[in-house]
Write a protein of this length. Structure first.
Length: 404
């Protein structure tokens, strides 16, 4: 018989709203309506909050990352670039094991020959990641778009990622896809039934993506100037086109070496859950990554404009084995979203129900009978203090309670 677990008298954030006190029943792999019958395990939820499992809407997955993510309550990761051999291995791990986060992926992203992120794949230290880095297929012209998308379908991609990044902000010019190539890729993706999501970190590149008809942007733009109205104008257009945006504010902290990026490492609720190698990665020097020095302020300004305009914001970190860290980075991302003007409840929705809805994950992201029992139990009330998400008591994936 399936294991039945009852969490009694717990505050419930169901992905959309908060219920101050309720019982939540886990029946096997699913959430069920409490029925009065005895449970195999009962947990006292007094003073605690149960949330849907967190969904990180922008990651890059390598060996060990899915397990680390789950430790922090991230039960699903949406990978935005993964080479075929590594992707096949990570999918197999996610399917066969309950002690790792679930996975969706774009597979190989579309970029120009020599374009972003080719420069990162060749960076010092990346070779240690084995078959997760190396040469990958690129797109030279619009005529190759359909074959490229077909290859992504063959490797099992769940959506298409398109890199539009000339490297101007970092002062490292890179080859970049032309507007005609981006448009051809978006059209091919839509014809194949895939969403098209664009990597664009500047207003100029975001406009190319919007002209092409993308469904989502994988970052906010971090060249936004708080002293002019360009961010509001861009946000209004994004809203009018019905495009979602993944926040990745913690990513901009990481690559600029912003002091705020080290904040999670000073919080014992996070640091104590990290393996030693991840702590070392979180403490590393980022001075070798040249980027726009005002990037964090610009990204926060852009996020505020998007929120005011009603654009769907999805919590995502751009997590890697280096920074932001898988799982841990999500808790910093949620703090930054509240700094951008979202309420704690809106932030929790951005990390649960909102990405589930925009990525078609109809079986998760909320707490309701019949949905997957992907759940996080935390001490305290994150609907009042978002940092309470860090006080993880228990995590369930597919109804399996994780070992502490």
């Amino acid at each position: 018989m399936p294991m039945r677990t009852l969490i009694r008298d717990v505050r419930v954030f169901d992905g959309e709203r908060t219920v101050p006190r309720a019982d939540v029943l886990i029946d096997g792999a699913l959430i069920a309506e409490p029925d009065g019958r005895p449970a195999d395990v009962e947990i006292d939820g007094s003073g605690r909050t149960v949330l849907p499992g967190l969904i990180d809407a922008h990651t890059h997955v390598f060996d060990g990352d899915l397990a680390q993510a789950l430790t922090f309550g991230v039960t699903t990761e949406l990978d935005m670039f993964c080479l075929p051999q590594n992707l096949a291995r990570q999918r197999r791990i996610a399917a066969e094991r309950d002690d790792v986060a679930d996975l969706r992926s774009a597979g190989v992203l579309a970029t120009a020959p020599g374009g972003h992120p080719s420069q990162l794949m060749a960076a010092e230290g990346m070779a240690a990641l084995g078959d997760a880095v190396g040469p990958f297929e690129t797109v030279a012209d619009a005529g190759q778009a359909r074959a490229f998308v077909a290859a992504r379908l063959a490797e099992g991609a769940d959506y298409l990622k398109i890199a539009i990044d000339g490297g101007t902000v970092s002062g490292t010019p890179l080859p970049v896809l032309g507007p005609d190539v981006v448009a051809a890729l978006v059209e091919a993706a839509h014809d194949a039934g895939l969403q098209a999501i664009a990597h664009a970190v500047t207003t100029k590149d975001a406009l190319v993506a919007l002209d092409a008809g993308v469904d989502g942007l994988a970052h906010v733009c971090f060249d936004a100037d708080p002293l002019d109205s360009a961010a509001d104008d861009l946000a209004a257009r994004i809203a009018a086109q019905g495009v979602f945006v993944v926040s990745t504010l913690s990513y901009f902290e990481a690559i600029t070496g912003s002091p705020g990026g080290a904040e999670p490492m000073r919080d014992e609720r996070i640091r104590s859950r990290l393996p030693e190698h991840a702590r070392a990665a979180g403490d590393r020097d980022t001075d070798a990554l040249p980027v726009y020095s005002e990037g964090v302020a610009g990204a926060l300004h852009a996020a505020r404009a998007l929120h005011r305009a009603g654009v769907p914001l999805l919590a995502g970190t751009d997590a890697t084995p280096f920074a932001p860290l898988h799982g841990a980075g999500m808790h910093r991302e949620m703090v930054l979203l509240t700094e951008a003007g979202l309420t704690p409840e809106e932030t929790l929705a951005a990390a649960t129900a909102v990405p589930a809805r925009w990525f078609g994950l109809t079986d998760r992201g909320r707490i309701a009978p019949g949905l997957r029992a992907d759940l996080v139990l935390v001490e305290g009330d994150p609907t009042g203090d978002i940092t309470a998400t860090r006080a993880v008591i228990d995590v369930w994936r597919r109804g399996v309670r994780q070992s502490r």
